[in-house]
Write a protein that binds this ligand. Structure first.
Ligand SMILES: Cc1cc2nc3c(=O)[nH]c(=O)nc-3n(C[C@H](O)[C@H](O)[C@H](O)COP(=O)(O)OP(=O)(O)OC[C@H]3O[C@@H](n4cnc5c(N)ncnc54)[C@H](O)[C@@H]3O)c2cc1C
Length: 551
């Protein structure tokens, strides 16, 4: 495997067709496609190699929660056939090896400047080009700017008093040291019990002398029932592959879920099906019955079922009560998938602190002080998630037409047309941007759909000798309103979730992903209608022609 590091390289400049920011699964596929179509392209990646999420999130226990066979690119059947996943839910090192395999196989590293963060991008209206600058002094002019910066790539620490005062080592699950961490013999504090915390805590507990878990929100979690993949699993996968692809390329998700009508079933039938889905394990539990995410009665039954499982698993009933989620409907915060999470609280070296009862007053140089107790730790772990969906984009100083700043345009929450483009910011595309299914979908599928749509659009622009595509503000408003209306028909807005921006103080409360059905179809219809809702122009070319013919 080649090392992507380019320390000491000279600054990159000049004029090219496209800049791609980020070298996770989104950026890598975008580079493959653009190069294949003969676009000149430069990738930038803050990390020192490819992988994105799987490069940064190296905490013990990190895994995908979409089964590995489906958490793979579908755009190359040869690639699919060449790669052999070993477990139903692959662990982070295996997914990172897969990302590296893709980079090697398609020779992507020469297209990417690593350890380079894009810090600013300004749209030059006279040239219809983005001026892109990086923290290493690069300055490029690019016709197209593609943000493959990820929905979950800006780790956040909670705004707790003294959060940076702890004098021992601190870690964030989203930026885990590459060399790993040995907690043997240590007393550690873990703040946060979302997906990452739930995956990591059982692993920490096996190593550390003592683990104290600080929980603000109890979350629903379903066992992964992870297993090694057998030859038969692989054979079965290939048998159903054509149907799977047809489904992936179909109109797209939506939260109808299983059409099975829960209301027509008896309570025993409902429970039996919950048991079946629990036995299979994974996030598919939410599809046990239609309506779990739209009907509060069915949802409550599903939630009660999970609470019951927690009560059966955790021996200490006070701890069990604290672990039972009770402040949001199931599925309205990201459902977690775990390996022995609740069982971990039966270990003598693990203790739960319920912050709803005794909030953290401050982080101190030696540990954590809650409203009624002081804890001393050798190390602190923040499993406190990300400034999701918008944080990474807004960290870049993006200035569109007329110098308008993205951070002002999104001051009241992100607005984007189809989650692909932002009015006022021509020639800029966001892969899995806000207003698209993104984090509510199998993200590899969503990434592929966006990459293919964007590349199709750029090919069209080039074919027509057009140099500017700009989302129409009215089309954008209509889409944003539609995204909100669809979300309002579900239970999602009832949760103070990161989908709603609720984990970041001051962040506008807007439901960011798109949860409706027919998304892919909608994007295809827009393209087929000559990019309906976009204005396509060839200003620079027209001007160049005028200049040539000027007397
Ligand atoms: C722990 C964890 C588990 C997950 N599990 C699943 C799962 O099971 N199924 C699923 O569908 N999704 C999962 N996800 C979501 C996951 O983020 C996506 O599946 C996918 O990996 C995103 O790929 P991406 O290329 O869009 O973004 P990322 O993988 O986040 O890559 C973005 C890259 O852009 C770089 N970058 C950002 N800003 C800049 C800048 N200014 N300059 C240069 N580089 C920049 C970052 O360094 C990063 O490497 C998980 C996420 C996490 C955090």
């Amino acid at each position: 495997m080649a090392d992507g590091s380019k320390m000491g390289r000279p600054p990159i400049g000049g004029e090219i067709d496209a800049v791609v920011v980020g070298a996770g699964f989104g950026g890598m596929y975008m580079l493959v496609k653009l190069r294949a179509l003969g676009f000149s392209v430069q990738g930038f990646e803050a990390g020192h190699d490819v992988g994105g999420t799987w490069y940064w999130n190296r905490y013990p226990g990190a895994r995908c929660d979409v089964p590995s066979l489906f958490y793979s690119y579908t755009w190359s059947e040869e690639l699919q056939k060449a790669w052999r996943w070993t477990e139903k839910y692959a662990a982070q090192p295996e997914i990172l090896r897969y990302a590296n395999h893709v980079a090697d196989r398609f020779d992507l590293r020469p297209l990417i400047a690593f350890e380079t963060r894009v810090v600013a991008a300004q749209f030059d209206e006279t040239a219809d080009r983005w001026r892109v600058t990086t923290d290493r002094g690069d300055e490029l002019l690019a016709r197209w700017l593609i943000m493959a910066t990820g929905c979950l790539s800006t780790p956040r620490k909670p705004p707790i008093s003294g959060v940076d005062s702890f004098q021992g080592p601190t870690y964030h699950t989203g930026a885990w040291p590459h060399e790993g961490v040995d907690f043997s013999g240590m007393r550690i504090g873990v703040i946060g019990t979302g997906s990452s915390g739930i995956q990591a805590i059982p692993q920490f507990a096996k190593q550390a002398e003592h683990v104290t878990v600080f929980q603000r929100t109890a979350n629903y979690s379903v066992p992964a029932n992870n297993t090694p993949l057998t030859e038969k699993d692989i054979e079965d996968f290939w048998k159903m592959y054509p149907a799977y692809i047809a489904m992936v390329k179909g109109p797209g998700m939506g939260f109808g879920g299983n059409p099975a009508n829960a209301l027509a079933a008896t309570p025993q039938e409902r429970r039996q099906r919950f048991e079946e889905y629990w036995g299979v394990g994974g996030a598919g539990f939410l599809a046990a019955w239609g309506g779990i995410i739209t009907d509060i009665d069915i949802n409550t039954e599903a939630a009660d079922f999970v609470r019951g499982k927690i009560g059966e698993t955790v021996m200490d009933q006070k701890t069990a009560e604290s672990l039972k989620p009770n402040d949001h409907p199931i599925g309205t915060k990201r459902i977690c998938v775990d390996i022995d999470y609740f069982q971990t609280y039966n270990r003598p070296n693990v203790r739960l602190v319920n912050l709803k009862e005794t909030p953290i007053a401050e982080v101190t140089p030696t540990g954590v002080r809650t409203t009624d107790e002081t804890f001393a730790f050798d190390a602190l772990v923040f499993a406190t998630g990300f400034d999701a969906m918008t944080g990474t984009l807004l960290a870049i100083d993006i200035q569109g037409a007329g110098g308008a700043k993205l951070k002002d345009a999104w001051a009241e929450g992100p607005k984007a047309y189809l989650g692909l483009a932002v009015a006022g910011f021509p020639n800029l595309f966001t892969i899995t941007g806000p207003g698209s299914p993104s984090v509510l979908s199998n993200m590899i599928n969503s990434i592929e759909q966006h990459v293919e749509w964007i590349v199709g659009c750029l090919d069209h622009m080039r074919g027509q000798r057009l140099t500017r595509i700009a989302a129409d503000p009215d089309a954008q408003e209509a889409w944003v309103a539609h995204v909100r209306r669809v979300a309002d028909k579900t239970l999602f807005p009832r949760a103070a979730s990161w989908y709603m921006g609720a984990n970041i103080p001051g962040k506008p409360r807007v439901f960011m992903p798109y949860i409706g059905s027919g998304y892919r179809q909608k994007c295809e219809t827009v393209a087929a209608a000559g990019y309906e809702g976009f204005a396509l122009t060839g200003a620079a070319l027209t001007r160049a022609t005028e200049d040539v013919h000027a007397p």
